[in-house]
Write a protein that binds this ligand. Structure first.
Ligand SMILES: *[C@@H]1O[C@H](CO)[C@@H](O)[C@H](O)[C@H]1NC(C)=O
Ligand SMILES: *[C@@H]1O[C@H](CO)[C@@H](O)[C@H](O)[C@H]1NC(C)=O
Ligand SMILES: *[C@@H]1O[C@H](CO)[C@@H](O)[C@H](O)[C@H]1NC(C)=O
Length: 306
């Protein structure tokens, strides 16, 4: 049964989407380094784009964005091997002591995921690491992001264990969310997280409709943008797609750059610009899938003739 919060959200989603806004100060860059960084990095930091902040899964800024107006948000990606390690804390303190403005930090990328990009940390280790390296940053005025679990049900369980292990000693200010399914699933997931952790604001730090067709990817993009722009407790969001379509691990059509490094429609909309009409193409994996389809089509043609 959906919770009341979920139902409220679903009701909120019936408003028209044609009004997807081109601009929003909530938007940030989920930075993924590429072999074309020297050209592609500049695309996200033109000075007059819509993006206001970025993270790169690391504690230190991306070299290409030194002196940029984009607010850097450090992340402690996983847990260090030693339980005495203070590297993350010292690095962030060093940035602040050096004059950098660090209003927020993020912690633990998909700790409940032990394959494909997750940091695979158990809840107890994460809680201890948090209390040692993250909690003390609060005294410096830094707002703390709860661990960014996957959108799978296991993520919820993990978070529950994390806060239990913290025993009230992890004072998270906001809760990150990841999502790779369709819009209805996204809206319901956001409602469930808000229903469970209603004491925190929310950041959607990775989202896209993975492996969907271009039309559906664009539709998802527009619906989710207008949805997040409308919900006050979602204060920040960053689309997962700042890379070329032929290197995408969430499907070519979700990407914000074509295989040649040009902005796709989604990429342009995300930056607050008009559609480009540039259609993303896949790489080797996509081509292999396509070849598979061709074989099926040829076989079907033979069948019809027989
Ligand atoms: C989020 O949770 C708060 C607190 O329970 C609630 O007041 C608010 O209506 C929820 N938001 C939505 C959109 O469900
Ligand atoms: C998405 O939103 C943009 C910007 O508002 C608009 O130009 C475009 O037509 C919309 N596309 C779809 C598929 O809804
Ligand atoms: C929200 O609740 C969690 C879990 O109980 C707690 O650890 C955290 O400090 C709370 N955050 C705020 C801003 O009250």
């Amino acid at each position: 049964m959906p919770s009341i919060a979920t139902l409220t959200l679903i009701a909120a989603t019936t408003a028209p989407y044609a009004l997807a806004q081109l601009s929003s100060s909530k938007r940030g860059l989920c930075y993924v380094s590429s072999s074309d960084a020297s050209t592609d990095d500049k695309i996200w930091d033109t000075g007059d784009s819509d993006l206001t902040w970025y993270y790169n899964y690391q504690a230190t800024p991306t070299s290409g964005y030194a002196g940029s107006d984009l607010q850097f948000v450090p992340m402690m990606w996983g847990a260090p091997t030693s339980d005495q390690d203070m590297t993350f804390y010292n690095t962030v303190k060093g940035l602040i002591d050096g004059g950098a403005k660090i209003p927020y930090v993020l912690s633990f990328n998909e700790p409940d995921g032990c394959s494909s990009g997750g940091s695979c940390v158990d809840a107890e280790t994460a809680a201890n690491t948090w209390m040692r390296e993250i909690e003390p940053l609060k005294k410096m005025g830094v707002k703390l992001g709860a661990p960014a679990v996957t959108g799978a049900p296991a993520g919820f369980t993990w978070l529950q264990s994390f806060f239990t292990a913290c025993a009230g000693q992890c004072s998270a200010d906001f809760i990150p969310v990841h999502w790779y399914g369709n819009f209805e699933g996204f809206a319901s997931h956001v409602g469930q997280v808000n229903g469970t952790y209603s004491n925190m604001t929310m950041w959607v730090t990775e989202y896209a409709y993975a492996d969907a067709k271009l039309d559906d990817s664009q539709d998802f993009y527009n619906q989710s943008a207008s949805f997040m722009d409308r919900i006050d407790y979602i204060t920040h969001y960053s689309y997962f797609g700042a890379f070329r379509s032929d290197t995408s691990n969430v499907g070519a059509d979700a990407a914000m750059l074509t295989q040649k490094g040009k902005l796709t429609d989604i990429g342009a909309w995300y930056l607050g610009q008009k559609a480009t009409g540039n259609v993303p193409k896949g790489g080797a994996a996509q081509a292999a899938k396509f070849a598979g389809w061709a074989v099926v089509v040829v076989a079907a043609a033979f069948w019809t003739m027989a």
